[in-house]
Design a protein around this ligand. Structure first.
Ligand SMILES: [Zn+2]
Length: 303
């Protein structure tokens, strides 16, 4: 399938030109035009129905978890992966979600031997610049506690925040894995999300604190967040973008960041958080990066 990629050297313009047949309710999208560059489009209504496969994906997780428990019971204690693997892993939830949305993935990764941390984001509904600052503070505290850099797995908006912070703080981040993060066109999402954004902005205008304001979705704040998550990543940081053509929430083409190692999976947008096949790919990636930095840990400081 061919599509136009976003030219990183081109200045951001507010001009939006999308093919109508691919788009629902463009007029109700409260996000600034520059968040939906030419060539990207929100998934159609039919596409969002595919998100129903999340039920199958969660069933797959339950089956796998039951199998893992059986294997664990049958494995002698000494043979279990007791030591914590390499760099700690921080999981960052997507828009409207909290840490709970990644609890199953965290549990599975802990089962594989990783040390996982929550972002402390209870509901990702606030200003993205504030969320990025909160994430940076969290990374600082984990990094100080463990004496090493941190790997970050971010779902959707969480992945965009993670990439943005990694650009600013390469001293804190060793690896970024994004799951269905529409880095190239944050505005290319299904109208159900646009409606949620619109509601948050309205509530914010009405004086409810801690929510996305108009500036966060259509003003300077939106522009700064977008630019931060597209800035070149410093050397020495792993970056993998996981995407699925079955994504019913965001335009999968927008998830293919040219700076990342790209991994295609077959999952719904929501299912990427718990489908064991996706978790396996994430675990492999984290392990590879961990083994790379474990060599350095062995040479110097103790882990
Ligand atoms: Zn903001």
């Amino acid at each position: 399938m061919s599509y136009r990629t976003w030219d990183m050297s081109r200045p951001i313009t507010a001009k939006v030109s999308v093919r109508r047949r691919n788009v629902d309710h463009v007029s109700t999208n409260p996000l600034a035009g520059f968040l939906l560059p030419e060539g990207f489009a929100a998934p159609r209504t039919a596409a969002v129905l595919r998100e129903g496969s999340a039920v199958v994906e969660i069933g797959r997780f339950a089956l796998r978890a039951a199998g893992d428990r059986r294997v664990r019971r049958e494995t002698p204690y000494a043979a279990r992966a007791g030591s914590r693997l390499g760099d700690p892993v921080l999981l960052v939830p997507g828009f409207l979600a909290g840490d709970g949305s990644l609890a199953l993935m965290a549990r599975a990764l802990r089962g594989q031997g990783f040390r996982t941390y929550r972002s402390h984001i209870h509901a990702n509904v606030g200003c993205t610049l504030n969320a990025a600052a909160q994430l940076e503070a969290r990374l600082e505290s984990i990094s100080i506690r463990r004496g090493t850099r941190v790997q970050v797995v971010g779902h959707s908006l969480g992945g965009m925040l993670a990439r943005g912070v990694a650009v600013r703080r390469p001293d804190l981040v060793s690896n970024v894995v994004t799951l269905g993060s529409p880095m190239l066109a944050p505005g290319a999402h299904h109208r159900s999300l646009s409606a949620s954004v619109e509601m948050l902005v309205r509530l914010s205008k009405a004086g409810v604190p801690g929510l996305m304001a108009e500036d966060c979705v259509a003003g300077a704040c939106a522009r700064q967040s977008f630019e931060e998550c597209r800035a070149p990543l410093p050397a020495g940081i792993g970056f993998t973008a996981v995407y699925s053509r079955r994504d019913g929430i965001v335009d999968w083409r927008a998830c293919i960041d040219p700076a990342a190692q790209q991994v295609e999976v077959t999952a719904s947008h929501l299912g990427m958080a718990f489908d064991p096949r996706v978790i396996d790919r994430v675990g492999d990636n984290l392990l590879r990066t961990s083994s790379a930095s474990a060599v350095e840990v062995d040479r110097g400081k103790s882990a």
